[in-house]
Design a protein around this ligand. Structure first.
Ligand code: ASN
Length: 339
């Protein structure tokens, strides 16, 4: 089977093998709805925030500094900075981690997916918000889109400027994320990404620029919606992306290691051997063009595949497009760019 994106391909590696469930006791429940509000407003929906870190939870000594800051603000701090969210919801928060998103690992990802599924099963909870670093936010969104089974909204939100910056973006992003999590318009859409006044598809949206606010979009799918005066305005009715696969991770304790190789002119063929020696149980290569690589690299990839049986799946290094599905074994049938 072939997949058109590295993420889809990597998800082919989901396994329900070994039985070690991350313990709930390792979670730090920072505050409950009762901690935040003296009396819960029964007329408001409940929203649960899962905080993982990232720039939205970062600070620096200079308010004009937008790089070089450090992560560390907790979920309580994030909510305290935007108390207006308590006018539209009863908030509870979990601190899942407090790291740059490059350090979000499978333990955190699985814990998130399982806890979100549990949370959304509660009648009173209208939706959840995940605060996350933007660098790998698209991966987290894709993972949750593939593993959370609920018609309720799951909103991934981050910031491009630290919490201490002039014109910080995280505050309004968080408010909008909570607003969407409470909104009936968010139903039947599952996981979405909210940044910079826009609502993006968790399946297609990517970060396209490491420096600017206007970084999350999908050239292929556009935006699902926007916020007008903090009210959601969807451009499309709810629909599922073609090719979405739903995984049940409730008993999954370990994800297979799929590594991604980036193709380029004169790619070193030994990378395939090295990656497998490093423990990869599958390789996705971000190929040139429609999944191509140099002749020497492809010959070695084929040798490695024949010797190990470890799947090597073609994707593309361009941010948009598809690899044509030629229906059979990937190494044998992929369209290579011979040099
Ligand atoms: N804007 C950000 O959130 C970037 C940050 N380095 C991260 O954790 O991904």
């Amino acid at each position: 089977m072939k997949y058109s994106t590295p993420l889809l391909a990597a998800f082919a590696g989901l396994t329900s093998a070994s039985p070690i469930v991350p313990s709930k006791s390792t979670l730090h429940k920072l505050f409950t709805r009762q901690d935040v509000q003296s009396a819960i407003n029964a007329s408001l929906p409940d929203v649960t925030i899962f905080a993982t870190g990232g720039t939205i939870a970062s600070q620096y000594t200079s308010n004009t500094q937008t790089t070089g800051y450090s992560v560390g603000l907790g979920v309580q701090h994030l909510v305290d900075a935007v108390p207006e969210v308590l006018n539209i919801s009863n908030i509870a928060g979990y601190q899942i981690s407090n790291v740059d998103s490059g350090s979000v690992n499978q333990t955190i990802s699985l814990k998130l997916a399982k806890m979100i599924n549990e949370e959304l099963a509660k009648d009173t909870v209208s939706g959840v918000v995940v605060t996350h670093g933007t660098d790998t936010l698209e991966e987290a969104a894709f993972f949750l889109k593939s593993t959370v089974n609920s018609s309720k909204p799951v909103i991934l939100v981050g910031a491009m400027r630290p919490a201490t910056a002039v014109s910080v973006d995280g505050l309004l992003n968080l408010f909008q994320a909570v607003a969407l999590a409470t909104s009936p318009t968010g139903r039947d859409r599952g996981t979405m990404i909210v940044l910079n006044d826009r609502i993006g598809s968790a399946f297609y949206t990517t970060k396209n620029n490491p420096n600017t606010l206007d970084t999350f979009f999908s050239t292929k799918a556009g935006q699902l919606g926007i916020f007008i005066n903090q009210v959601t305005f969807f451009l499309y009715a709810p629909s599922e992306p073609v090719g979405r696969i739903q995984f049940d991770v409730s008993n999954v304790t370990d994800l297979a290691q799929f590594d991604i190789l980036y193709s380029h002119q004169d790619m070193d063929p030994i990378l395939f051997n090295a990656t497998i020696e490093g423990g990869a149980e599958g390789i996705v290569y971000a190929g040139v063009g429609t999944g191509g690589m140099s002749r020497v690299a492809s010959l070695n990839a084929e040798r490695v595949f024949n010797a190990t049986g470890i799947p090597i799946v073609a994707s593309h290094r361009s941010s948009d497009g598809f690899v044509p599905d030629e229906g059979e074994d990937i190494v044998a049938t992929c369209t290579y760019d011979w040099v």
